[in-house]
Design a binder for this molecule. Structure first.
Ligand SMILES: [Mg+2]
Length: 282
């Protein structure tokens, strides 16, 4: 099931059962509503994270913080770069790392619809994603310093993504710098290919796997252990952008998460909550 990580994540909750011709809407079947819990209610749980990402000063601040930190590392690497050294590069994810896809995510709120490959392809082909706050300025600054930029993404749509990059003034918007998913969402082989030829200054992303591919397809406790082991490298080699709306953090909550029913997803989400009940210490 790991093949469908990232943006194909929600397809599995309904898509496989429904076949490849589903419309993405009207999945309010009896199976979807077991225990009285519907897909619409699952979708509604994303409202606060989407509102936060689309409106809050805090989200923008964290984006600026990430790009400023990365740019400082890039400038430092350029200053220490010597003739004969490998050329410098940065490696970054695309979705919720430099492009904002929250509008396509928000379209399922108040519906029984499920994120699916048909809708996602249409969104990617349209190339309508806006740049995240500060992303274009950051990327242009990196480019001006003569550092290569490799966009390593699990998107599969090349022309729409390049069109989108150009629309929001991202530099190096070409096929040589865009490493799409071919057969697997596991990014390590693509990272290794770049690192063979370049000295990679920073890895950036909204998924732990964008920095540490070994976290791929692991349960959340293991993902946390992997990140803990690399704690000294965050803010230096690894720069992370916030994404409370979706990500492998969600699928790591339970085995075969994307195959779970809405009720089972709701249960998997709520059972990991730590609670302190008022009156407990009296
Ligand atoms: Mg991403």
């Amino acid at each position: 099931m790991s093949f469908f990580r990232f943006h194909y994540r929600r397809l599995f909750s309904v898509g496989v059962a429904a076949g490849i011709f589903f419309s993405g809407m009207n999945f309010g079947t009896a199976a979807e509503n077991e225990n009285g819990f519907s897909q619409r209610e699952v979708n509604d749980q994303a409202v606060m994270s989407l509102v936060w990402m689309q409106t809050s000063a805090e989200y923008r601040s964290l984006c600026y913080q990430a790009y400023n930190t990365a740019l400082e590392r890039v400038a430092m690497a350029v200053a220490h770069h010597r003739a004969g050294d490998k050329p410098l590069a940065i490696v970054l994810d695309v979705d919720e790392t430099v492009l904002d896809n929250t509008p396509i995510e928000a379209c399922y709120v108040d519906t029984e619809g499920v994120f699916n490959t048909k809708d996602w392809k249409e969104w990617c082909v349209a190339g309508r994603a806006e740049a995240m706050p500060g992303a274009a300025d950051f990327l242009q600054a990196v480019d001006k310093l003569g550092v290569d930029i490799f966009y390593v993404t699990n998107r599969t749509e090349k022309s729409g993504t390049i069109k989108n990059f150009r629309a929001v003034n991202f530099p190096l918007a070409d096929a040589d710098h865009l490493l799409l998913k071919k057969t697997s969402s596991y990014k390590k082989p693509r990272f290794e290919k770049i690192a063979d030829q370049y000295d990679v200054i920073v890895y950036m992303g909204d998924n732990a796997e964008d920095c540490l591919p070994e976290a791929y397809d692991k349960p959340f406790a293991e993902r946390n252990d992997i990140v803990d082991r690399h704690r000294a490298e965050f803010g230096t080699k690894f720069i992370v952008l916030p994404n409370p709306d979706y990500g492998n953090w969600e699928s790591s909550l339970a085995k075969d998460y994307w195959n779970l029913s809405p009720a089972q997803k709701n249960e998997a989400r709520k059972k990991v909550l730590k609670k302190w009940v008022p009156g407990k210490d009296k």
